[in-house]
Design a protein around this ligand. Structure first.
Ligand SMILES: *Cc1c(COP(=O)(O)O)cnc(C)c1O
Length: 388
């Protein structure tokens, strides 16, 4: 099998929604991936914040295979042990009351939207359905989560959308001016990933949280990308000194298998009744067994290392010629450069360093286990490409 054959077959048969880089991966281990010519790549993308313990991780694999050898799927008409165990782990680690599992970030957000709307109607009447999101946000690709996404570019061609979403500037005046008695929720990403790793202002986030509390409006934190240790905290909201009512997560949670989680805190813990929501694959036991292995290894020590490695990377990047601005937290980093981000990403990949872009920035999301040598390799390549 060779890479070009795969690339040509893909181009012929896959719906053309992805502008892929011209690389097909055969295998990998840890923070390294190999293409069909045996070329090695150091991974600073983690499959978009997914492979947080790297490729082909032994502990995660054992957990998955052990469950595969028992039962792969039962439907949600029955109980399974990994499903309950993962929910308990997440509740114990965050203080959430209940969890709903779906298969993706978008589904986790769909669940949050339904939970917030039901809470609004139950407590404040049937008109309380409006959700405020921020300009430049990204919440997913389903119709409701696209409607929630505050970026015009994503909306072209696909309307009409579900109603009830308004987009606010990321200022307290901006959010206030969108709020009224019909507002049931505010949904934010503490760090906006897709729009360029923009860290929201801490005082702004706290003020939004306070405003929501005063008016019994549900605060949803979309932690699909920021969650599961990525920022040096289990969930990024914990670094902002706030308590949301709903937290959604996905990407890194499954270690590479598809899962999304909607965590419902005290206010929303009892909001759903039988039949309100569901998913055939949601909480699949194989996926949940793997996710348990992931969550149980995000220890305080690991998180401290993520913060240290992130600080080192950001400090070195700021000194790099051609870097205009560095943003982010932990191992979620955006780099603004004079040259176009896509040009830099292509050159890095050519030189064996996998990086991502986010809007006009280069984005780094390495595995949380990335080592010092790999970090220095990445800094060397980035410096060559950005300044060269
Ligand atoms: C990736 C992402 C989503 C969508 O997740 P999918 O698993 O692709 O549906 C939603 N919100 C944020 C913040 C994301 O980064």
């Amino acid at each position: 099998m060779d890479g070009n054959y795969i690339i040509n077959e893909d181009k012929e048969y896959i719906a053309g929604t992805y502008a892929r880089f011209p690389v097909a991966f055969k295998e990998g281990k840890g923070c390294r991936l190999y293409d069909y010519d045996g070329k090695e790549y150091v991974d600073f993308g983690s499959g978009i914040a997914v492979d947080i313990f790297g490729i082909n991780d032994e502990e995660w694999k054992s957990a998955v295979i052990e469950q595969l050898n028992k039962v792969q799927h039962t439907s949600n008409l029955f109980y399974t042990e990994p499903h309950a165990r993962l929910a308990k782990l997440l509740c114990e680690r965050t203080g959430a009351s209940k969890v709903f599992f779906g298969n993706s970030g978008a589904e986790a957000n769909e669940c949050a939207i339904k939970a917030a709307r039901k809470y609004g109607e139950l407590h404040h009447g049937p008109n309380r359905k409006e959700i405020i999101t921020l300009k430049n946000s990204f919440h997913g690709r389903t119709l409701a989560t696209l409607a929630a996404t505050g970026q015009e570019g994503f909306h072209k061609y696909f309307g009409p959308f579900p109603a009830g979403f308004v987009y606010a500037d990321a200022t307290i005046e901006g959010v206030k001016s969108c709020m009224n008695e019909n507002t049931c929720a505010v949904m934010i990403e503490c760090i906006q990933g897709e729009s360029g790793v923009n860290v929201l202002d801490r005082d702004f986030v706290k003020a939004v949280c306070e405003l929501c509390k005063q008016r019994d409006i549900i605060l949803i934190c979309d932690e699909v990308q920021t969650g599961n240790g990525r920022t040096g905290y289990l969930y990024a909201y914990q670094a902002f000194g706030i308590q949301p009512d709903i937290v959604t997560t996905a990407k890194g949670l499954g270690g590479g298998l598809p899962i999304g989680a909607c965590m419902l805190f005290e206010k929303c813990g009892g909001v759903f009744s039988y039949g309100d929501h569901g998913s055939t694959f949601g909480g699949n036991p194989v996926v949940c067994a793997g996710a348990c292995s992931i969550i149980s290894r995000i220890t305080d020590e690991l998180l401290e290392n993520v913060r240290k490695k992130g600080a080192y990377l950001m400090e070195q990047l700021k000194k790099t010629e051609g870097v205009e601005e560095v943003s982010g937290m932990g191992l979620m980093i955006g780099i603004k450069t004079a040259k176009p981000a896509m040009e830099i990403a292509k050159k890095c990949i050519d030189k064996g360093l996998l990086v991502l872009t986010a809007h006009s920035k280069v984005r780094l999301l390495p595995p949380l286990t990335i080592g010092k040598d790999d970090i220095d390799f990445a800094l060397k390549i980035l410096s060559e490409v950005i300044s060269g």
